[in-house]
Design a protein around this ligand. Sequence first.
Ligand code: NAD
Length: 405
Amino acid sequence: MKKICVLGLGYIGLPTASLVATKGYSVLGVDVQKSTVDTINQGQIHIHEPDLDILVKSAVQSGHLKASLTPDEADIFIVAVPTPFFEEGFKPDLTYVESAVRSIAPVLKSGDLLILESTSPVGTTEKMRDWVKEERSDLNLDEIYFAHCPERVLPGQILKELILNDRIIGGINTASSLKAQEFYASFVNGSIHLTDARTAELAKLTENAFRDVNIAFANELSYICEKLDVDVWQLIALASKHPRVKILNPGPGVGGHCIAVDPWFIVDSAPEESRLIRAAREINDSRPKHIAAKIIAAAKKEKQSSVACLGLAFKANVDDLRSSPAVEIVQILAASGLTILAVEPHIKSLPKALAKYGNIKLMDLPSALQGSSIISLLVDHSQFRAVDRSLLAKKQIFDTRGIWQ
Ligand SMILES: NC(=O)c1ccc[n+]([C@@H]2O[C@H](COP(=O)([O-])OP(=O)(O)OC[C@H]3O[C@@H](n4cnc5c(N)ncnc54)[C@H](O)[C@@H]3O)[C@@H](O)[C@H]2O)c1
């Protein structure tokens, strides 16, 4: 049985490790967090993703999935660790990838395949080979294979999309691409497209930059409409009646650790050439402050000391609050002295970053709607779409997602 070692047991690594463990591989999952390793070894999970608990439990019980703090010998290594950017200068932070690669170097042997799944700047797969070379001068690098295989799964549908999505595979040479193709073909039903590592890296970044630029266009329209006193939702609906025009919706900003991050990797490596991509990032990043300022002004005008804020997650129907524009808006409102009646159906308690303010209260939807005359809809969770419209009557509404239009 082929051995797989997956580095990083988060939203990408854990579903991948447990899926592969049910497809006839022996999988060792490695993470630097002891609590994560312990949880998985008990057949449980530490993140929220539909059906993942069942998959992990059965993979662990079958003995095909184990978790550890340290890597071990394997035939295929999959790196799925974070790739954030340094706040200063928006430079890519490759320290997690580098330390994961250096941690597996001691157990590498001739014939092994290293796959980078983390979203990475162009040239990172080649850097992996350089780091291995530094650690293991005894190895013949022509007999070690390196490929980038970016992930494009949607949180909430990861297990389905891991199997159904098309995959791009880019090796540092043809032999590497073919080795990686053989592995993915054993559990992916979507088409597999082979290319070189640099194109695969830029393809993933391009997908997210495309989304970011299109969202920025909608957000820019929202600014223009505010100035010209035009309803942006009606404008977009009408303009999109053109057979070749499909405009996205404006919103409170772009969050999460993909669309709001990855375009910076392009800007960093080609700053002069990526003016539109940079402008889109700046427009989308400006949204939370702009929306918070409007809410604060309304509260002052109405002499209101509290505001209901519906949604904290970075997007609809997930529990992930990381890099969420809704969280940024709530923080600005709380810092201005307003009491925040926060509703987030996917969490049980406030994260530290919000609890520390002392004037943010997590509550259920009816209580929040009753508690303030100012309602800001920050995330388009299904529960909020279904809200009884009579509860919104006579309230001042900031519907940043346009779901109550
Ligand atoms: N989450 C998504 O929807 C998504 C989609 C596409 C691509 N990606 C990309 O996949 C990569 C992983 O994202 P994620 O959401 O799974 O991150 P995550 O934060 O959920 O998980 C990463 C895990 O890696 C662990 N880790 C850090 N350093 C390590 C090391 N040296 N060795 C072993 N483990 C280590 C962390 O403890 C954490 O558990 C990122 O590059 C991300 O951009 C994510």
